[in-house]
Unconditional design. Structure first.
Length: 464
């Protein structure tokens, strides 16, 4: 994006304790708690934008890998000013333990629309988002203010808000410092390595500030670090990180159990998996291991968000306030990018994401022929159920005959390939299990002695 060349005037920002109106404000002691869960913020998009929603979405997780959308995957807050939409929402725990959420002021994909502002909300415990406002980060014309992240700079006694901006020198990270998220200091260049960068995520750990970012020159993700967290003090220390066709939006997460780190990357375009992930036991080393997609499940249609550890009270409070989905999805164990869906009345396994995305959503109801079993009712075709006919799986309306009810009833068993997952045994052909073959669903005779491939084809994760 072209930008009129300009000189950046960097405002003076106090070092050490924060200052406001000439008064020294001592930094508060850091909030200390045990974290037993995680929260993710995000917005949603799908390939044909059927699932696009540019409000603030929340999901929770116990393990930081498998996510449960809250509020039926609807937004919990929506901007009422600026572009009336957001992208890249970032949640941060302040020094007093409460939360701040900031986000890009942009609705949709018209990236030629530029804003000088960021959306901001306050939250005490993730059950409400109040004090909505916009913060003006700079006064430059035709310059974007994208993908904000926040960190606590202990040396300054202030919070740094870092964001992507297209300057006369190219795409760089700017920083504005603040004590209260009500006003900010003048922008400064924070990271400008000589090539364009986008989408920073910053985590301070053990006195080291880690900055992960996208290199626009090659489309890969990298990690940099600094012993001070000061502007222009970062050195890149990782090699290129990439999965899929295109990457952006790194999310760096320290595990609650202390056993290492996760790194998430957005796939950039909604034609592939929305997220990929890595793990590392040592953040200081250049040692990231690609995670198998069967080990993680991002929120439905989730895009470019942030992840944060939360307490048990915050985890349960958010679920109590917003609720969990009244639908499920079925994920394949041996094709973990694929989910059970219906298409033209046929049950099949397709790579997610796709549209209509609702084709993969099921209400798991008591079995039509036996309430001890289960039946799969389509969310977007109410009254239609998965049933077998000639051993092939189809989606058909319930005609309430005994045959239909039996054909549409399955019994959950421990997964034939992984007992922590699930297999589904046919009610009226109890030697046969729901499985995929050539990506089409059917029921076939299976047992613990069947081939490994057959058992994998019949094993699914019930997720949301």
């Amino acid at each position: 994006m072209a930008l009129t060349r300009r000189a950046f005037t960097l405002g003076a920002v106090a070092t050490g304790a924060a200052t406001a109106a000439g008064l020294t404000i001592a930094p508060r002691a850091a909030f200390a708690a045990t974290y037993t869960g995680y929260v993710m913020t995000y917005f949603t998009e799908s390939p044909n934008f059927v699932g696009a929603d540019y409000g603030l979405h929340l999901a929770v997780s116990r393990d930081g890998l498998n996510w449960t959308p809250l509020n039926q995957n609807n937004p919990v807050a929506t901007p009422t000013a600026g572009q009336l939409g957001l992208r890249d929402p970032f949640v941060f725990r302040k020094q007093d333990g409460t939360f701040i959420v900031i986000a890009t002021d942009l609705r949709g994909t018209d990236f030629g629309v530029n804003s000088q502002y960021l959306h901001v909300w306050d939250s005490t415990n993730l059950t409400s988002f109040t004090g909505y406002r916009r913060l003006r980060m700079h006064t430059y014309n035709n310059a974007h203010t994208w993908a904000p992240t926040v960190f606590w700079d202990a040396n300054r006694g202030q919070y740094g808000i870092v964001y992507s901006c297209n300057t006369s020198s190219g795409d760089v990270f700017l920083v504005n410092y603040t004590s209260d998220f009500q006003s900010v200091g003048s922008p400064q260049v924070f990271f400008s390595p000589g090539f364009g960068v986008l989408d920073s995520d910053i985590v301070v750990d053990g006195g080291v500030t880690y900055l992960y970012y996208k290199n626009l020159a090659n489309g890969n993700l990298y990690g940099a670090r600094s012993s001070t967290g000061a502007p222009n003090s970062f050195t890149t220390y990782t090699s290129a990180l990439r999965q899929g066709d295109a990457m952006e939006a790194p999310l760096l997460v320290k595990r609650n159990d202390g056993n290492g780190w996760y790194l998430w990357g957005d796939s950039f375009a909604p034609v592939n998996a929305d997220y990929y992930a890595w793990s590392s036991g040592n953040i200081t080393a250049n040692a990231w291991t690609v995670l198998n997609q069967r080990d993680y499940t991002p929120p439905l249609n989730g895009k470019h968000g942030s992840i944060l550890g939360i307490t048990e009270a915050e985890y349960t409070g958010a679920i109590s306030r917003w609720g969990t989905p009244n639908w499920v999805r079925l994920k394949s164990t041996n094709f973990p990018d694929r989910f059970v869906r219906h298409l033209n009345g046929v049950g099949r396994l397709d790579a997610y994401p796709f549209d209509p995305y609702q084709d993969q959503l099921w209400r798991l109801v008591p079995g039509l022929a036996d309430p001890a079993g289960v039946s799969f009712e389509s969310v977007n075709r109410p009254g239609n159920f998965l049933r077998h006919s000639g051993y092939a799986i189809r989606l058909e309306p319930n005609n309430n005959t005994a045959t239909f009810r039996a054909d549409a009833t399955f019994h959950r068993t421990p997964g034939l390939a992984d007992s922590s997952w699930t297999s589904f045994r046919s009610h009226n052909f109890p030697d046969r299990y729901l499985r995929h073959s050539g990506y089409l669903l059917r029921i076939d005779p299976l047992s613990a002695s069947s081939s490994a491939t057959d058992r994998q084809d019949a094993t699914f994760r019930i997720t949301s």
